[in-house]
Each structure stands twice: as C-alpha cells, then as structure tokens.
Ligand binder design. Structure first.
Ligand SMILES: C[S@@+](CC[C@H](N)C(=O)[O-])C[C@H]1O[C@@H](n2cnc3c(N)ncnc32)[C@H](O)[C@@H]1O
Length: 236
C-alpha cells in the first residue's frame, strides 16, 4: 500500500466496480495499484518515459501513455475517474492539466487530485517550497489547500468531497540515503536545522533525525453543472 495506505483513496474516489481510471503523472504506478481490485482498465499517463518503463515492469496489465498532462491523447468523456497523485507540486502551471482532466472525465466522470499541501501562511509556504526544491529540484510549488481548491474551481469543476490527511514522518525516510546523494541530504538537513520552524512542517529534532508533519489533500470533483448537462441531454 505504501504512502497512500492510510488514506482510503478508493472508497473516497467513489469509482464504480469495473470503472476505468487514468492517472496523470502516474510515475511507476504506485497510486494506480490501489485500484487493481476495482478497475477493469487502468491507464498510466506520465511525461517521463523511464517512469513508464518501470511501471510496465511492475504491472504489465497497465495501459501506458507518455504525454504531458496538459495535452492528454484521450477522448473527451472517455474515463470514469481521472486522477492525479503527488504530481501537481511538480507542475508550475496546473490549470491546463486540470482542464484536460475535466475534458477526459466528461459530464459523468470524476476528477481526483491528491497532493501534498503547505499551511495557509504565505511565509511558511515559501519556506516549504524552498526545502522541497532543495530536496528534489523537480519540485515546482508547495500550495496551500485554499490554492488547490481555487485551481479546481477555476478549471470549471465543482468539489464533491475533500479530505485533508496528516501524519508524522521521519526526515531519514523522507531523505532516504538509498535515493538521495549524501551531500544533498546534508544540505537539506542543514536547512531544516536552521529554518525548519519557518516551514510550517513542524520539524522536531529526534536524536540524529527529525520528525515532521506531512499534509496531503484529496479533492474529488466533477464538471460544474454536470447534473444540469445530463438533464438537458436526457431531457423530458
Ligand atoms: C512524485 S511522482 C508521483 C508518481 C505517482 N503518482 C505516485 O504518487 O507514486 C510525479 C510524476 O509526475 C510526472 N509529471 C510531472 N509533470 C508532468 C506533466 N506535466 N504531465 C505528466 N506527468 C508529469 C513525473 O514524471 C513523475 O513521474
């Protein structure tokens, strides 16, 4: 289950048994694997070929598409659930991606966004973005929950449900030595020792390590006015 284990993603998504799921920024397929039992069709979209190669190695039954989320090569209204997990903080301009997700979900589909969030304090958001980008240079922005909601609404979606999930993590697993070069770990550790309290991530020293709070939001949305559209099409 990995990092999504405690989030109860599948029931939150309301995806019907046998429904299709596409994930934008699917990486190696961790998140899509949550839908193995319920979804007949799982489609991984990612801009990075290496990620999709690894996803195929892990699960040959996945359909793979190498594409930018802002230009999805999928038919309008063709997928039941269009999701994106832990990818928006890598995207500088999420708006075109959300609009594409809305198009592909269509009037009957749902859009699901899962991503890490910053606090609502501007200064903490800026410090969090700085430490995240120091850790991973492909990090674009740490956004507060309010910004995530605004992005969703301004893409022409309405929010069906929302949940914020918090847990405590350890610096040593966030910056696992098997994944990050030693010298980068040292730089981030130094930043945390100096500016940890400014990030809103609640870093607490624990021996050689730190613990901190990780916050993630799940937003389930549908096309704004979808019910009206369905009534008009079905019409009396
Ligand atoms: C942190 S990984 C998340 C992977 C997976 N969703 C998970 O949670 O395990 C973010 C992924 O988003 C992809 N990505 C970033 N920008 C993208 C874009 N504009 N369109 C599609 N994929 C993108 C990256 O290549 C990367 O694989």
């Amino acid at each position: 289950m990995g990092r999504f284990g405690a989030m109860d993603v599948v029931s939150f998504s309301r995806v019907s048994p046998g429904g299709s799921v596409v994930e934008v920024g699917a990486g190696t397929g961790n998140f899509l694997a949550l839908f193995n039992e319920v979804s007949a069709r799982r489609i991984a979209v990612d801009i990075t070929k290496g990620m999709l190669d690894e996803a195929r190695r892990r699960d040959p039954s996945l359909e793979l598409i190498q594409a930018d989320g802002a230009a999805l090569p999928l038919r309008s209204g063709s997928v039941d659930l269009v999701a994106s997990a832990q990818a928006f903080h890598h995207i500088y301009q999420p708006q075109p991606v959300l609009m594409e997700m809305r198009r592909v979900a269509g009037a009957d589909g749902r859009v699901l966004i899962v991503d890490q969030i910053a606090t609502e304090r501007y200064e903490e958001m800026a410090f969090m973005t700085e430490v995240e980008a120091l850790r991973d240079p492909s990090h674009a922005a740490s956004r507060p929950a309010s910004a995530m909601r605004m992005l969703v609404l301004s893409a022409g979606l309405e929010i069906v449900d929302e949940r914020i999930h918090e847990d405590r993590s350890r610096f040593s697993s966030w910056m696992w030595p098997g994944e990050f070069p030693e010298e980068r770990i040292a730089r981030v550790r130094e930043f945390v020792a100096k500016f940890g309290p400014e990030t809103g991530m609640e870093f607490v020293p624990d021996g050689d390590d730190f613990t901190f709070t990780r916050r993630r939001i799940m937003i389930l949305a549908r096309r704004a006015g979808a019910r009206r559209e369905a009534q008009t099409v079905g019409g009396p």
